[in-house]
Design a protein around this ligand. Sequence first.
Ligand SMILES: N[C@@H](CCC(=O)N[C@@H](CS)C(=O)NCC(=O)O)C(=O)O
Length: 194
Amino acid sequence: MVAHFSGLPWEGKGDDFEFADVKPTAPFGQLPLLYVDGDEANPIAQCTAIAAAIGRMAGTDGGAGRDYARSVMLVAEAEDIYNAMVKDNASYMVALGERGKGGEDANRELWAATLPRHMGYLEKMLGESAAFTSTGETVGELYLFGMLHQLVLCRGPDAAGTHTPPQLRLTLSTFCGIRWVDSGCQRQKLLRLR
Ligand SMILES: N[C@@H](CCC(=O)N[C@@H](CS)C(=O)NCC(=O)O)C(=O)O
């Protein structure tokens, strides 16, 4: 999403992409990787760094001052939300209670208390505004949207209704022209087709 809304030309690797082939050149041995100007030997790693680099190149990082600070804050907050999910929500690969992941009680706490607390902070940050920044499309906002959309994919639209306070819900439903939940899925399809 950060690449798509940057306005810069970009493309994903093709179906013949093999992670094993690039792993030795991956700075931390992991995906995702961003290649700039065809430099296959020196990819950028780490989601947050990739978002920051694209934001700087495209001018979608909020520029200077308050918008920039807010964009960076939202990336950090989105990471906190993601890490809370990794810690106490089952994933495709790891079940609750396995490999250091919390059990049923921790998972209940995550959805009943931890995530609503994060939503409350975001709601407070928005105040009466329709967006977190003057453009509403900084990399921080896109990054946050991506993370919150994953919560919806885990729990369905009802989870968003339960856990997303009204102003945040409104903002997420309108920013970047993406409608909350439904066309978020469409957008994912679009990104995959490019
Ligand atoms: N902190 C990293 C985490 C990256 C990560 O977990 N990558 C996983 C896939 S989503 C990976 O490449 N796993 C394969 C491996 O470690 O060999 C980031 O934000 O980019």
